[in-house]
Design a protein around this ligand. Structure first.
Ligand code: 5GP
Length: 340
């Protein structure tokens, strides 16, 4: 009946266009949506077609959307028939990252992905409104970025402006400490043996190698920031989200991608008007950045709560500051499994 408002909300993990759906009983009655939209399921009486409204839509009429089980079944079928690559399959590796800061991943993440169980198909995730209460641990903020996003600098700047409120998860590294660095501030500087032992004991949520040194972030590094009642900002490899998406951390994921101009006017490279050295960005670099962003979006976009398109460092800092303030003040959508 009309008085009973449905309390079932689903976050869409895929784009849906009813006019391209051959299976729908009625294309006109379909509700189009995009990945990331929140859908209020008004009726799930039918096992194949749900009736739903999009949250935030002024349109009061509900439309038809494929049910979770139906969508899972047809995705599984398409993968089996080879008409669709699996969404979770690792993307094409980027060729020739010259200014590479990508770290090779170690351990079980290196094993090739197999076809996952049906429940891993990207369909819907049941969500609910969540508002952190005063005194409650703030959600973990995870920043992931595509090539050229420089999230480390972004994060450091915003934390430096507000060190009492925000904190960073200090990673471990085996590289030598530089003179201006302090142990426990930039990194925990440890021996290779100590690092390996910690890795063996599953202390790291992720780790990797860069220029023959090991780097990794421990769970403890995140917990110790949160124990001080600060909002913890971590920039980790996005694979770490598999581990971090729990009720304990309730990660809020920000994907930073640089704004990439269509094509670079040739004459802008060289020296800047001020006469200083300007570093040259070729069309090839831009293409790499574009590919890196697309790959990140394809592999991890469904876990992203907010995309920050970075114009320049100053405006990106201002935007990040705003996002963090709103996150603490306003309710946000989280998987229901985090609150049970
Ligand atoms: P640097 O030695 O110049 O401080 O850092 C080298 C690289 O290691 C940077 O690209 C930085 O992002 C990466 N790095 C720093 N901490 C971590 C971490 O906890 N995990 C991973 N995977 N990489 C890190």
């Amino acid at each position: 009946d009309r008085l009973k408002e449905s309390k079932v909300y689903m976050k869409a993990l895929f784009d849906y266009n009813p006019s391209e759906d051959k299976a729908t009983p009625c294309q006109e009655a379909g509700l189009p949506f995009k990945r990331g939209d929140i859908l209020q399921v008004v009726s799930h009486d039918d096992p194949t077609w749900w009736q739903a409204k999009r949250v935030g839509d002024s349109n009061l009429r509900a439309g038809l959307i494929p049910s979770k089980s139906f969508q899972e079944r047809r995705l599984a079928y398409r993968v089996k028939m080879g008409t669709m690559p699996h969404l979770r399959s690792p993307g094409r590796p980027l060729s020739g990252l010259r200014r590479s800061f990508r770290l090779s991943r170690k351990g079980r993440q290196d094993t090739p992905e197999e076809t996952p169980p049906e429940s891993e198909f990207l369909t819907y995730e049941e969500v609910t409104r969540y508002q952190q209460r005063p005194g409650e641990r703030p959600r973990l903020v995870v920043m992931i970025g595509s090539l050229g996003a420089r999230i480390n600098e972004l994060k450091q700047r915003v934390i430096a402006e507000n060190p009492h409120r925000y904190g960073v998860a200090v990673p471990h590294t085996t590289r030598p400490k530089k003179t201006h660095e302090k142990d426990g501030v930039e990194y925990h500087f440890v021996s290779k043996q100590a690092f390996d032992a910690d890795a063996q004991n599953n202390k790291f949520i992720e780790y990797g190698e860069y220029k023959e040194n090991l780097y990794g972030t421990s769970l403890e590094a995140i917990r110790s920031v949160q124990a001080k009642n600060k909002l913890c900002i971590a920039d980790v490899q996005p694979e770490a989200l598999k581990t971090l998406r729990t009720a304990e951390f309730k990660p809020y994921v920000i994907f930073v991608k640089p704004r990439i101009p269509e094509s670079q006017p040739r004459h802008t490279s060289g020296t800047s008007p001020a006469g200083g050295e300007q570093y040259r960005i070729t069309d090839e670099d831009l293409e790499e950045m574009r590919q890196s962003g697309a790959q990140m979006d394809q592999q991890y976009g469904h876990w992203v709560d907010r995309v920050l398109v970075k114009e320049d460092m100053a405006s990106a800092c201002a935007e990040l500051r705003g996002i963090l303030e709103r996150l603490e003040r306003e309710p946000s959508w989280v998987p229901v499994s985090w609150l049970r």
